[in-house]
Write a protein that binds this ligand. Structure first.
Ligand code: HEC
Ligand code: HEC
Length: 296
């Protein structure tokens, strides 16, 4: 509470001092005027109940004086008697700030050490991975899911299937600079919806699905002239272009016949946002370590 004038502070101060003095004087008087001769106070209750007027025991009195002295010293040292926080100048806010700055210092030192490590080293450091898991849920889970298993259009980070290079450095690059995967739409080039369906059948055949063999046969030639440039002649993908592996039965954009025809006809673009300016290098390294640690 803010006191608008010093008046109230001094009033409370005087009140406190007076009541402390009052307690001491009362105790002192009792010690020196109380009779030692087992006299009673003269009051009688219930016909025969009387009260001795003996001095208080010495040990009790000294304990009382001690608490009074303790109280007075405490009130002078800490905020209580004096305005502005007492002789020690202690404030709740001051203590809070001191604790925060201590914690920040420790945090900065830990982060400094992480900054000197590689993602692979961090992946083996349980303490670092605890921090990384928190960073993941704050920055990545929104898209990749809290369990990092992805969502339609967003890759699973727990499996051993990678769109891009999966070396620790490449994963760090993905996080720092982002990735932009562009699959153009091919319907016009291929010559219509039916041609897209032929290529889709061929794509499904690549991953061992049972399909319309004649249609797949027609698709194969088109695949080899158009698609192989980005997805490889064998369909196993090209990590440099982000051309996904089409043979592993892992579909980021859906694996039904209709969904595959749709991707081939209309194309799809995906963006992994750059995190260099959001997280900086050390936190991105922690996350690269995290991705390494959770993937098979
Ligand atoms: C806005 C959504 C979004 C956010 C946020 C996001 N990602 Fe991504 N991420 C994607 C998409 C989409 C892709 C696929 C990009 C592509 O296909 O070109 C991707 C790809 C990746 C890849 C490459 C996977 C592979 O198979 O090569 C990694 C690694 C990755 N993200 C890690 C992270 C980490 C770590 C974070 C948190 C810092 C994060 N992502 C935050 C959407 C997101
Ligand atoms: C210019 C390079 C390029 C060419 C040519 C290309 N693609 Fe793609 N394709 C990509 C990229 C990049 C992606 C990943 C898009 C993303 O990151 O979401 C992709 C994604 C796909 C997917 C989705 C895979 C999944 O897991 O969901 C299919 C299916 C596909 N392509 C089939 C084809 C077929 C069939 C052709 C030929 C008609 C073709 N692509 C030609 C670059 C290409």
């Amino acid at each position: 509470m803010d006191f608008t004038s010093q008046f109230w502070i001094y009033l409370i101060l005087i009140g406190t001092v007076l009541s402390l003095l009052f307690v001491v004087v009362l105790a002192y008087r009792n010690q020196h005027t109380g009779s030692a001769a087992n006299e009673t106070t003269g009051h009688v209750w219930d016909e025969d109940l009387t009260e001795y007027d003996n001095p208080l025991p010495a040990w009790w009195l000294y304990l009382l004086y001690l608490t009074v002295i303790f109280g007075a010293v405490y009130l002078v040292l800490y905020p209580g008697m004096l305005p502005n926080g007492g002789f020690l100048n202690w404030t709740q806010l001051g203590q809070y700030e001191a604790e925060i700055s201590e914690a920040n210092q420790a945090y900065a030192e830990t982060m400094e050490a992480y900054g000197q490590s590689t993602p692979s080293e961090l992946a083996k450091n349980p303490q670092a991975m605890k921090t990384a898991a928190r960073l993941f849920s704050q920055n990545c889970a929104l898209c990749h899911g809290s369990d990092a298993r992805g969502a339609p259009g967003i890759p699973n980070l727990r499996d051993d299937d990678w769109i891009y290079d999966s070396s620790p450095d490449a994963i760090l690059t993905t996080i720092l600079d982002g990735r932009y995967g562009v699959m153009p739409g091919w319907e016009a080039v291929l010559g219509g919806r039916e041609a897209s369906e032929d290529v889709a059948n061929y794509v499904l055949q690549l991953s061992g699905e049972v399909v319309n063999v004649d249609s797949a046969k027609r698709g194969e030639a088109k695949y080899k002239t158009i698609c192989a440039a980005c997805h490889g002649i064998d369909g196993k993908g090209n990590p440099l272009l982000g051309g996904m592996n089409l043979t592993d039965r892992i579909w980021v954009h859906g694996g039904s016949f209709e969904q595959i025809v749709d991707v081939i006809s209309n194309g799809v673009t995906s963006q992994m946002p750059a995190h260099r300016n959001i997280l900086g290098k050390t936190k991105s390294k922690l996350l690269a370590g995290y991705v390494l640690s959770i993937s098979d």
